[in-house]
Ligand binder design. Structure first.
Ligand SMILES: C[S@@+](CC[C@H](N)C(=O)[O-])C[C@H]1O[C@@H](n2cnc3c(N)ncnc32)[C@H](O)[C@@H]1O
Length: 304
């Protein structure tokens, strides 16, 4: 039995009513988050290595697969842009891996794709996925911010089997499931700027799993506190998926007086492919010592 469960409402309404009220209020909010400020940071590295490991697994069989990226971003980021320079986050992430060679397979394949994107650029999840599609596979990438979706469409233009849409990824997801191929990955990587993001995510995931229970789901989340991180895990576990792997990375806090940046993040993988945890452990052995701020980063990989 899972120990982590969603938080309970305290305003007299039932939990589902409370959740729906918060969700509808927040659905109307605009998107402020821009991934350009964070592209290539330590959290992107772990998320994208996990994405590559899953896609390499799906490629082992000839049968086609589909990737659905519900919060896709721009697809390609300029690490010299004003946004990237302002935070300098890639310096604590992908920049620390530039000289790496002889890495374990998933990490090596990820680095190949980053190098393919070109010097000073960083590929986002939809571009990484597109690069790993075979002729028979498909990618649907959804991005709600109109400018970012325009950039995304242009980044994906050369891939005939990848399509982007400007829409709400949560709303669109159910209609896309089950995929005609009946195998594939759903990546859910929201900005977590709305107070109810965990709730919306939990509801969207439960609805998606009703239609596509055998799919692989990769959910990214920031860790700002243990309680919030457990609440997110609780939302994901609420409809009772049996097979969930949690990977977390903690790079250590900034020195006193420096900017208070995100220092820990995680991914939850529902229905992780066979051998995925071991591949991620091998990658973690290389990433931990390189991504830590003060000492080695702590990377934990465990079944929930
Ligand atoms: C964390 S970023 C995505 C990063 C991307 N998945 C990657 O790994 O390269 C989150 C993105 O979701 C977009 N977004 C926010 N709310 C959304 C929604 N309801 N539906 C689709 N996209 C949304 C934001 O504009 C932002 O580009």
């Amino acid at each position: 039995m899972h120990l982590l469960r969603p938080l309970h409402g305290r305003d007299g309404g039932t939990l589902p009513q409370l959740r729906r009220r918060i969700a509808h209020k927040a659905a109307a909010q605009d998107v402020n988050y821009r991934h350009a400020f964070h592209a290539g940071n330590f959290a992107d590295v772990v998320k994208h290595v996990a994405l590559v490991a899953i896609l390499l697994h799906l490629r082992k069989k000839d049968k086609p697969f589909r990737v659905i990226d519900t919060h896709a971003g721009r697809g390609l980021y300029d690490l010299q842009s004003e946004a990237a320079a302002r935070t300098g986050e890639a310096a604590g992430g992908i920049a620390r891996l530039e000289d790496l060679s002889g890495a374990p397979p998933a990490l090596a394949a990820y680095l190949d794709i980053v190098r393919w994107a070109g010097a000073g650029r960083y590929p986002g999840s939809p571009l990484i996925a597109a690069k790993l599609l075979r002729e028979q596979d498909k990618l649907i990438a959804i991005e709600r911010h109109a400018d970012d979706e325009k950039a995304l469409a242009s980044a994906l233009a050369r891939f005939g089997n990848a399509k982007s849409f400007c829409a709400d990824g949560y709303q669109r997801l159910s209609a896309l499931l089950p995929p005609p191929e009946r195998r594939g990955l759903v990546l859910i990587d929201p900005p977590y700027e709305a107070a109810d993001e965990f709730v919306r995510l939990g509801e969207a995931l439960a609805a998606a799993r009703k239609r596509f229970a055998t799919g692989i789901y990769l959910v990214w989340y920031p860790i700002k506190s243990v309680a919030a991180s457990d609440a997110l895990s609780g939302e994901v576990l609420a409809d009772g998926p049996e097979n969930v792997l949690r990977i977390t990375i903690d790079v250590g806090r900034e020195a006193e007086g420096e900017k208070d940046r995100l220092s820990a993040a995680g991914v939850l993988v529902i229905n992780p492919p066979y051998g995925f945890a071991e591949e991620m452990r091998a990658a973690a052995g290389v990433l931990g010592p390189r991504l830590g701020r003060n000492a080695s980063a702590e990377i934990s990989i465990a079944d929930l």
